[in-house]
Ligand binder design. Structure first.
Ligand SMILES: [Zn+2]
Ligand SMILES: [Zn+2]
Length: 436
């Protein structure tokens, strides 16, 4: 059976690479993945999957950091112009860009695989040594790029979708292929996790190309050490006034923000474990001779555990409020993204390792490593584990051409094939029909 899968996947090489290149060419931001999700839905429908889409799998209460109506409308029109299926897009209007393919294949375990599908706000390199540019499949959408590898994740997901339909008679169970919007900024997974999609799911498995697995042929079967994180926007509102005639009549929002920045970086380290803080953006003031009436900041906190991140977030909020008080301004604090920590189940990690051992392309098989960054799939992992299920997160090795989130980011496309084999064979391992 495994030989059958290997052969099938090898024959799909051009198709899988073709998917990746097409998605790479048309990257979309968080909650605007209309074209991407509609094309995915079409492939799933064509392969006989039952589809759940948009509000069916999104709990609106937990959607975070939704773009403005203008941006949503603009992205929607662009998607249609770039070949999206309009009938499917209609079901996602307003930024409900999640799609799930469900295959009900008799009594057996319920297994979910999760793939993310959004791009990063970065301009893609136009250097001839950058293969997507050289081979004419670099981003057509200015200022957005698949610079994290999510285009590869989608292609892997679609490859798996096709393979498992062809091995239907060899396993029993329910498969849910979850294509999640808005992973960048960790604002998408929770809304799906808080819908009823994961009820009764026994296994949730996800993964990422690269991160800590930097060589083709390498695989890390389980991941721990996801940093819990909060993405916070803070807006200080003060009062503008003449900087020469009446500076005392102003309420200086820039000063509040500057005070906050210096003190945010001064939050004490925590003896319980690793923490992070970053103020990544600060815009303030309107002109040289005006007391600044407004300041806006983008901040993120992280922690090795959910509790450590809460420590950072609470401390940061206190500093923001005190900084407002100090210069008599008002601060509006908004959480626009959040993720918790998670860990992979040893039993499932061992199973993944067994499967990887059977795939000849995998020559460096590592059991576990820590992620060292944040991933909102942790909400889904925690949800399934809380219901008695198992979770694991795999890092798929690839010779990366540059760091994630950089304009030259690229990976070795052949490595997607190993991932398709791994997921497909893992499903078979978990849900094999013993009667066949
Ligand atoms: Zn990323
Ligand atoms: Zn990513």
């Amino acid at each position: 059976m495994y030989e059958f899968i290997e052969k099938l996947v090898d024959e799909m090489k051009d198709k899988i690479i073709g998917y990746r290149r097409d998605f790479h060419k048309y990257p979309e931001f968080a909650w605007t993945e209309f074209r991407t999700a509609s094309l995915i839905a079409k492939v799933l429908i064509d392969n006989g999957y039952k589809i759940k889409i948009g509000k069916e799998v999104i709990n609106d209460k937990y959607r975070m950091n939704i773009p403005s109506k203008e941006e949503l409308d603009k992205s929607y029109k662009r998607a249609i112009n770039q070949g999206a299926y309009e009938d499917i897009c209609k079901l996602m209007r307003g930024g409900y860009t999640a799609v799930v393919g469900i295959l009900e294949n008799g009594d057996g375990p319920s297994i979910s695989l999760r793939f993310d599908m959004d791009g990063v706000r970065i301009k893609e390199s136009e250097d001839y040594s950058h293969i997507p540019f050289k081979n004419s499949f670099s981003s057509n959408n200015d200022g957005i790029m698949h610079a994290c590898g999510h285009d590869g994740h989608i292609a892997i997901g679609l490859g798996v979708a096709e393979v498992i339909v062809k091995m239907k008679k060899y396993f029993k169970g329910t498969i849910k292929l979850i294509f999640q919007p808005a992973e960048e900024g960790v604002s998408g997974a929770r809304a799906i996790s808080e819908s009823n999609l994961l009820d009764g799911v026994d296994y949730i498995i996800s993964g990422h190309i690269g991160i800590k697995a930097r060589k083709s042929g390498e695989i890390i079967c389980g991941t721990d050490g996801f940093l819990a994180t909060s993405k916070i926007n803070a807006e200080f509102k003060g009062k503008s006034s003449h900087a020469g005639v009446a500076p005392e009549k102003g309420h200086n929002a820039l000063l509040s923000a500057a005070t906050a920045v210096l003190n945010l970086d001064a939050i004490p380290r925590n003896g319980e474990g690793d923490t992070r803080i970053n103020v990544g953006k600060l815009i303030a003031g309107s002109g040289r001779n005006v007391i600044p009436g407004r300041a806006f900041m983008e901040i993120e906190t992280r922690g090795e555990t959910t509790e450590l991140n809460r420590y950072m977030e609470n401390y940061a909020e206190r500093i923001l409020m005190a900084s407002a008080e100090m210069h008599d301004t008002h601060v509006n604090i908004k959480c626009v993204g959040k993720s918790i920590s998670a860990s992979s189940d040893d039993e499932l990690v061992k199973l993944i390792k067994n499967v990887a051992n059977n795939i000849k392309e995998y020559t460096i098989i590592r059991e576990k490593d820590s992620f060292g960054a944040s991933e909102d799939v942790c909400y889904m992992m925690n949800k399934v584990q809380a219901n008695g299920g198992k979770a694991s997160y795999i890092m798929f090795g690839s010779n990366l051409k540059a760091e994630h989130h950089s304009p030259m980011f690229d990976f070795n496309e052949k490595d997607m094939l190993c991932a398709v084999k791994l997921y497909s064979e893992l499903i078979l391992k978990i849900a094999a029909d013993r009667d066949v």
